[in-house]
Design a protein around this ligand. Structure first.
Ligand code: ZN
Length: 187
């Protein structure tokens, strides 16, 4: 079952490692305003939709802050874990979208109970994938990476199908592809 991935600690450890890499890449580039060094300015999140217990390091959003007095510009690197300000993890939002695109009402109800997300939230996300996501500049450019074009009515599933490997590997590839959106930079 797709949702069992959300209970897989190894999967979440991989996402954390990816976010650590993205944060160190951003740190190497320095402040995008003045090129000064960046310091850690991580902040705590309380993510929902993770179905296993993990250490507190999983609840920190990596963020950086310019070290120079008078600039202090914040740089928040892309993330494979935290979907902008949304409380549910990016992986959970994708799993819900995949299931919503293919599910019967009964299966959907069981799933929302299992993950602990209400129907209104599921429908709000569906509207986001259908109405907001296709209009953002990132997707206007990035959709060209998919040939033939992906079916907009089952967008998340269609994108996932274009990556190779196990479900976990394809999910990480999709999260990596969407990282600029998930991290909030491209919204
Ligand atoms: Zn600066």
């Amino acid at each position: 079952m797709y949702s069992s991935l959300l209970a897989d600690a190894t999967f979440h450890e991989l996402l954390l490692a990816c976010d650590q890499d993205l944060a160190s890449q951003a740190r190497q580039q320095g402040c995008r305003v003045c090129r000064s060094a960046l310091h850690s300015a991580n902040y705590p999140r309380k993510p929902r939709g993770r179905l296993c217990r993990l250490g507190p390091e999983h609840d920190w959003r990596f963020s950086l802050c310019c070290a120079r007095q008078g600039c202090r510009k914040r740089t928040t690197p892309p993330s494979l874990r935290f979907f902008g300000p949304k409380v549910y993890l990016a992986a959970t939002i994708l799993v819900i979208a995949i299931l919503r695109e293919g599910a019967t009402a009964t299966r959907m109800r069981r799933l929302t109970e299992f993950i602990g997300v209400d129907r209104r939230t599921v429908e709000r996300w569906r509207a986001w994938w259908r109405g907001v996501f296709p209009a953002i500049p990132f997707w206007q450019i990035a959709r060209a990476a998919f040939m033939p074009p992906v079916d907009q009515n089952r967008l998340v599933t269609a994108m996932l199908e274009r990556f190779a490997g196990s479900f976990a590997e394809r999910m990480i590839a999709l999260l990596r592809f969407l990282a600029p959106v998930i991290g909030g930079q491209a919204l």
